[in-house]
Design a protein around this ligand. Structure first.
Ligand SMILES: [Zn+2]
Length: 61
């Protein structure tokens, strides 16, 4: 019986490029104009988490 060679690991290459992705997820604290709740929102979030009203970036606190 010949032992199968397991020397090829496709995941072993390109290891060093995994740490610069997470940084862009920055939350901004925005105060809702309707219910006045302040919460942290991602850039793509446009609605208030509490009442569903529209959020404005200029209301960031
Ligand atoms: Zn609200």
């Amino acid at each position: 019986m010949e032992p199968k060679k397991k020397t090829q690991h496709p995941e072993a290459t390109g290891k060093n490029k995994e740490e610069s992705v997470v940084i862009s997820r920055v939350r901004i604290n925005i105060r809702c104009r309707l219910c006045f709740m302040v919460d942290g929102y991602l850039p793509e979030e446009r609605k208030c988490r509490h009442c569903g009203a529209e959020l404005y970036r200029i209301d960031a606190v």
